[in-house]
Design a protein around this ligand. Structure first.
Ligand code: 5RP
Length: 237
């Protein structure tokens, strides 16, 4: 039996996959919850419950997984629309503002979410917060040659920023685009997500930050009630 968090992720991934219809161009998110959704899409294509799906991935992780499952893929440049995108998040506040980028995939994730007609977020209940950045650091993707300059500018904004280091590899995490990631903490959390998203993206050398504001159409939350995993459609505050 999977642990409770995995059960919540599985429940929410299945519920989101129920929104996928034949013929859709589907944005495929990144991370462990999105991976469960991609596996479910692959299974439904295999047994005929779904057909004619084209996936648009948001990471190398998704590309490898979709290829293994035989899900046809197209690049952002090759498609004229994305009907639905499904992706996880690291934090979700009551206004559906998100922190993403725990897997350092937020550049492509934001492109796909922005392009999608409908963006559905799939999280377990541990991701719900009242205020962003009190628990999870804000990822900022930066050009390798500019990381110290960006770090200093983030410091001037009141953020304490550390270079994300790799595990089982010497040195920093290198993103799918070949850049680095600064993880930033603002004392007291983030009180103006929309303003901060724009301000950080205006720093030279920044590719994208993990604040997703005004993008999520629906947040599905996996939770455990009386020992059983279920899914709640979160009302927006
Ligand atoms: C990757 C992401 C992920 O969606 C986020 O980190 C959530 O991952 P998980 O579902 O494994 O908790 O933003 O960049």
């Amino acid at each position: 039996m999977a642990d409770l968090q995995t059960q919540m992720k599985q429940a929410v991934a299945l519920a989101a996959t129920d929104q996928v219809k034949n013929g859709m161009v589907l944005g495929l998110g990144s991370g462990s919850t999105a991976a469960l959704m991609i596996q479910e899409v692959g299974a439904r294509l295999r047994d005929g419950r779904l057909s004619d799906i084209v996936g648009v991935t948001t990471s190398f992780q998704g590309e490898v997984l979709a290829a293994e499952l035989g899900i046809p893929l197209q690049s952002l440049n090759a498609i004229d629309r994305i009907d639905l995108a499904i992706d996880g998040a690291d934090e979700v506040d009551p206004a559906f503002e998100l922190i993403k980028g725990g897997g350092a995939c937020h550049v492509q994730e934001k492109l796909v979410a922005r392009r999608a007609e409908r963006f559905v977020v799939v999280v377990d209940s541990t991701k719900l917060v009242e205020r962003l950045n009190l628990g999870f650091l804000l990822p900022v993707e930066v050009l390798a040659g500019a990381w110290r300059q960006v770090q200093a500018e983030l410091q001037q904004l009141g953020g304490s920023a550390d270079l994300r280091m790799a595990q089982r590899k010497a040195g920093p995490v290198v993103t799918d685009q070949g850049n680095l990631v600064l993880d930033v903490s603002f004392a007291g959390g983030i009180n103006d997500p929309a303003g901060l998203e724009a301000t950080i993206n205006n720093i030279p050398g920044v590719l994208e930050n993990g604040l997703f504001v005004g993008l999520a159409d629906q947040v599905l939350v996996g939770e455990i009630n009386d020992g059983v995993a279920g899914v709640r459609d979160l009302p927006r505050a």
